[in-house]
Design a binder for this molecule. Structure first.
Ligand SMILES: [Mn+2]
Length: 249
């Protein structure tokens, strides 16, 4: 069984289309999506149409939750842009997404942690940036979830962690559509993948004896950066075309 895992597409339809083309080469049996599907100053509705047609099992990200709730304040520029771009059908689709899913084989799909869509699982904020969290911290965040393999997104950092104490594994495939960003919670920090490529992962093999492929896919990131600029978001354009965020302002 080969399962492709995508996450954090963030409305980047160009990156998603490149990943879909790459799925033709990696030929998974199924594809699952860990959320934050549409939010971004790029192509939310175009991305929603693609995802609705594909019908991949998908969990809700924190941005999906905010947009689905409606009446997004204008000060939340990313999610209000997204809400304004979406059709009624796409909003209904966003509202239908569950917080977690268990596709079988001891695997849990979530966006942040098994219990929260807005907390990091395998990363820790460290000064202005992030690092891999300690084993004990990750174990604590996993709580009593019985899953052997927890697939999460949210941090945009590709990461595979096998916890030696409990034998549980955490996979973050990285972000399809946004390789760097800044956030003010819990304290101001930036996240940088270090390259502009679209990321996803493949889980291969049987439960407990999984192998993993971390995929890194080129696409027209200059075009995505231009679209972000056109929509007034140079803070998105820079990480889109470089994978680096730049100095925190
Ligand atoms: Mn997120």
């Amino acid at each position: 069984m080969r399962i492709a895992v995508v996450a954090d597409i963030h409305g980047n339809a160009e990156a998603l289309e490149a990943v879909i083309a790459d799925l033709g080469r990696t030929a998974p049996d199924k594809v699952v999506n860990l959320g934050d599907c549409l939010s971004g100053p790029l192509w939310p509705e175009r991305t929603a149409k693609i995802l609705r047609e594909l019908g991949w099992p998908t969990v809700r990200g924190n941005h999906d939750r905010v947009v689905a709730a409606g009446n997004v304040p204008a000060a939340n520029r990313t999610d209000s842009f997204t809400e304004n771009d979406l059709s009624a059908e796409s909003l209904d689709w966003l509202k239908s997404l569950p917080a977690t899913q268990e596709p079988g084989g001891g695997i849990l799909l979530c966006h942040g942690t098994p219990y929260r869509d807005d907390l990091y699982l395998a990363e820790e904020v460290d000064g202005e940036t992030t690092r891999m969290a300690a084993q004990e911290t990750i174990t604590e965040r996993l709580g009593d979830t019985p899953a052997r393999l927890v697939c999460c997104g949210h941090t945009h950092i590709p990461r595979l962690v096998r916890l030696p104490q409990c034998g549980r594994t955490v996979l973050n495939p990285g972000s399809v559509g946004l390789p760097g960003y800044s956030d003010d919670t819990p304290t101001p920090h930036k996240v940088e993948t270090g390259s502009p490529h679209a990321r996803y992962a493949i889980i291969d093999g049987e439960a407990g004896a999984w192998s993993f492929e971390m995929r890194t896919v080129a696409y027209d990131w200059e075009r995505a950066a231009r679209e972000a600029e056109r929509n007034g978001r140079p803070d998105w354009a820079q990480p889109l075309k470089t994978g680096f965020y730049g100095p925190l302002s």
